[in-house]
Design a protein around this ligand. Structure first.
Ligand code: MTE
Length: 864
């Protein structure tokens, strides 16, 4: 009988047909995840895409036992599939008595269960490992963990009720998602014993905290394996195959391993067959705990030594093990103080029963009393006086098997399951009163402290020392192949692979096929294409972190023949190509005429440096005399140039460490090219911007390297754009919102569009700056204002004399509605944004969405 979907939906009391939607973060626009709503407060760990994010510890603690879906840790290996409830299915095959494909509505007919589960990535706290010696995984802080109430059917019910039960020889249940990672759908397996036993509660879940699963967490259905590392809980579940073997999916053997510390490199692991040895696969979590408060960087005044200070945090026992003890030492383990374990679960249960019908009494007490699938919170009061002279507070936690967090960090190649004592350092300062500053081991991008700065973690401070000490023993870059197994390519062969469908590059004498990563690259496809077919070792190092290097390994295809062959000179483009390139955003566009070359660095001499404000500089570089005028003026509008400099301009060594970033020129003359750039100076212990501080130290007459153009948004003239390789014709209104130095691409666009003669789009610019001094091109913009260009300036600090006639304070809906498209209605409008991330994410995009709707934002709003 066909299921009565309406009744089922009513029974489940929500619209499961749609994943929860909400605001789209600016960072996701133009990526394959542009359909996924994400909270801007999560901490993104690996650039824009795919999303790997953790919850800032203060937020995690504020929310107590239940982590809201929007803040919950996300670990994605590829783009989030745009699944739909109605056409999603799960195929159950292999060693079952009745292989079957089931729909989501079929699943709703089975008895549903709700249970709270803590999901934790095996890499949680990996950054501490990476500080000692780089592992082959990216750095997680301690917030790669969250707890939610999941609703679904038990996997055992699905197998028994729908697939006729298991065949006797069945040993492993392999699961796969329908996400499209570089290695295909993510998959892994658990044992039949775990999957089928009533002791383990393995769930096929379709709700998270009473809502349909959010896209990021597996919409419409995922597996939840309580007590295990998050990596076993397959999202976007589409295949279940019962087998005598563990999953043959590449993620099963090449991921989620803890090897002995003697395994130093992925190559070694391959050569010595460590990957396929099942003994090193991680399933259950181990006992672990984190100090949350006092948060990293908090300051506690020592004004009243009779006061107490509260330390708190969370802990998880791993597997189905109760956390039995959380202890603090102030003397490196000589003595311990017992913290209280706080029963936050009953609070969570109460909330879940009030808000989404969780009924604990549905299960016998014998069940409820034997389930430890979730974290606990702990807390302890310590007299402030006890902290005088203390250098470090350490936490260790125990589980019911008396397993305890070890004192020392145990490094392993994948940096997983790090559970050493959590150490917080204390510093006595006079500021102006005597106070203590609390310093945690590591920090993450965007972390700011109570003091408003970005105090590094103590391990980060030690890193220079630690990495120097460890560099001799640091493992070579990850590869799943041994050097001998790798195919050898000549430079000539590599040079042939330079297109969007076929993009290879060389890093450190190894050859990578980066084609599958083009779409996902946070810096856009064009910046990889710039390097296609070349040895980009130096540039890669200049712009990327260790984690990017780790990511490269997924694309390794071979090694470079050491004796390099001379390559034939590049074939000049045919006339046909030349016509094409002017309309194309391919990095080679403009190559024919432009002085700048996407593949070769050109040196330009710094001719002039003007201080436009305390931090904003205008740098003017001279174009060599012998370069013809056309070559410069053909620089495509909207694209950027890479600037490369030594990180330390006083480094006179043969191979100084380089840094490189992309900037939009603000003005291109026949003889000069200008860049307006904000210099990020160091502040307290916050390091300054690497490139901008170096650039600021360049003296007149010295040279800087340039390469390009690069970018995804190009104005072709006469109302025509090429954006992410798609042409937009006949645009008659261009709305722009710029913040701070984000004005530069707009400024280029305005100047180009004012020259149009055939189709002449109307333009409007809303430009937000802190003060009148920080409005770049103030006079120039005023002069250009005309019937075709409206400019609205919004200042957060206006002059006292009452002379200011522009907008004041924040950028509001009123400003947007009045000034973004001030011209009569039109259907061919595009909006462009450029400015600081928080301004775009918290202000512009929500307002644009409210004013013009989701569709407009998804298709007609672009961020430079
Ligand atoms: N399932 C699929 N299909 N694709 C993935 O990338 N990541 C795994 C697991 N399931 C992953 C997946 C990993 S490593 C973890 S830690 C958890 O999902 C994270 O689940 P969450 O993003 O819902 O917190």
């Amino acid at each position: 009988m066909a299921p009565n979907v309406e009744l089922l939906q009513q029974k489940h009391n929500l619209d499961l047909h749609h994943a929860p939607t909400g605001l789209i973060d600016a960072k996701d626009i133009g990526t394959p995840d542009a359909h996924v709503s994400r909270d801007p407060n999560i901490t993104r760990l690996t650039g824009k895409h795919p999303l790997n994010a953790e919850t800032p510890i203060p937020l995690l603690m504020d929310h107590g036992f239940i982590t809201p879906n929007s803040l919950h840790i996300v670990r994605n290996h590829g783009p989030v599939p745009q699944n739909q409830w109605d056409n999603h299915s799960i195929t159950i095959s292999g060693l079952v008595n009745k292989p079957v494909t089931i729909t989501m509505d079929d699943i709703l007919q089975l008895p549903s269960h709700t249970l709270p589960v803590t999901i934790c990535c095996a890499g949680n706290r990996r950054k501490e490992q990476n500080m000692i010696k780089p592992s082959i995984g990216f750095s997680w802080g301690p917030g790669g963990v969250g707890t939610a109430y999941y609703t679904g059917v038990f996997l055992r019910d699905l197998i028994n009720e729908v697939a006729g039960g298991l065949k006797p020889e069945a040993l492993h249940i392999c699961m796969e998602g329908n996400d499209n990672t570089a290695k295909g759908g993510y998959g892994t397996s658990i044992t039949v014993n775990r999957a089928m036993s009533p002791e383990f509660d393995v769930l096929i879940a379709y709700k998270m905290n009473g809502e349909p699963l959010p896209y990021d967490h597996g919409y419409p259905v995922r597996c939840i394996v309580p007590g295990c590392i998050g990596g076993r809980s397959v999202k976007w579940l589409s295949k279940i195959e019962v087998s005598t073997q563990v999953s043959q999916n590449p993620f099963q053997n090449a991921d989620n391993k803890v090897f002995p510390p003697t395994v130093l490199s992925a190559d070694q692991a391959t050569e010595e067959n460590w990957w396929t040895n099942p003994d090193y696969s991680v399933y259950d979590l181990n006992v672990n705990g984190v100090v949350a408060a006092p948060y990293h960087g908090s300051k506690v005044a020592l004004d009243d030594l009779n006061k107490n200070i509260t330390l708190n945090g969370f802990a998880y026992g791993g597997s189905n093990r109760k956390v039995t003890r959380c202890e603090i030492t102030l003397d490196d383990g000589k003595t311990w103080k017992l913290a209280d374990i706080i029963d936050k679960k009953s609070e969570g249960d109460r909330y879940a029963s009030e808000h989404y019908g969780y009924d604990k009494s549905k299960y016998p007490e014998s069940y409820n009393q034997t389930r430890y699938w979730t974290w606990v919170h702990w807390s302890i009061e310590i007299p402030i006086a006890d902290l005088l002279g203390v250098q470090e507070i350490c936490l260790r936690c125990w589980n019911e098997t008396n397993s305890v967090m070890p004192k020392d960090l145990n490094w392993s190649l994948m940096g997983m399951l790090n559970n050493c004592w959590y150490r917080v350092k204390l510093h006595l300062i006079r500021d102006p009163t005597l106070s203590l500053i609390f310093q945690h081991p590591t920090t993450l991008p965007g972390d700011t402290t109570q003091l408003g700065n970005t105090l590094p973690g103590w391990m980060e401070e030690n890193q220079a020392e630690a990495t120097a000490a460890a560099s001799a023993a640091a493992p070579p870059k990850k590869t799943l192949f041994s050097a001998d197994e790798l195919k050898t390519f000549t430079l000539q062969e590599v040079e042939k692979h330079i297109s969007e469908d076929d993009c290879w590059l060389i890093y450190d004498n190894l050859v990578y096929d980066c084609t599958p990563f083009l779409e996902a690259h946070p810096g856009g496809a064009s910046s990889i294409l710039l390097a296609a077919g070349t040895d980009c070792t130096e540039e890669f190092d200049a712009i990327h972190s260790q984690k990017a290097k780790d990511m490269l390994t997924d694309y390794l295809i071979g090694k470079l023949e050491v004796k390099r062959q001379a390559s034939p000179p590049p074939t000049p483009p045919s006339e046909m190509d030349q016509v094409e390139t002017t309309k194309s955003i391919d990095p080679s566009s403009g190559v024919v005429k432009s002085y700048f070359d996407p593949r070769k660095w050109k040196k330009l001499v710094l001719q002039k440096k003007e201080h436009m404000s305390a931090t904003i500089r205008r740098f003017t570089f001279a174009i060599p005399q012998d370069v013809s005028q056309d070559c410069i003026l053909s620089l495509p509008t909207g694209l950027h140039l890479f600037i490369k400099l030594p990180e330390d301009i006083n480094d006179t060594s043969a191979k100084p460490k380089m840094v490189m970033r992309a900037y939009t020129p603000s003005k291109v003359n026949t003889r000069t090219i200008e860049f307006v750039i904000k210099v990020y100076f160091p502040f307290n212990s916050v390091p300054g911007g690497k490139l901008t501080t170096s650039l600021d130290q360049i003296r007149l007459g010295e040279t800087v390297d340039f390469k390009g153009p690069v970018g995804e948004i190009q104005y072709l003239g006469d109302g025509e754009f090429n954006i992410h390789n798609k042409l937009y014709h006949d645009i008659d209104q261009i709305g722009m919102v710029a913040g701070g130095t984000g004005i530069t691409p707009m400024w280029q666009l305005i100047q180009a569009a004012l020259q149009d003669s055939v189709k002449r789009p109307f333009m409007s610019l809303i430009y937000c700056a802190r003060s009148i001094d920080e409005i770049i091109f103030y006079k120039e913009l005023k002069q250009l204002e005309c019937d075709r260009l409206r400019v609205r300036l919004v200042l957060s600090e206006v002059p006292d004399d009452g002379s200011w006639t522009g907008g004041t304070g924040r950028f509001t809906m009123e400003e947007l509605q009045q000034y973004l498209f001030p011209f009569s209605d039109s259907t061919s409008r595009l909006a462009f944004l450029c400015g600081p991330d928080p301004m775009l994410t918290h202000c512009c995009l929500p307002l644009l969405k409210e004013a013009y709707g989701d569709n407009f934002c998804a298709n007609s709003v672009f961020t430079f």
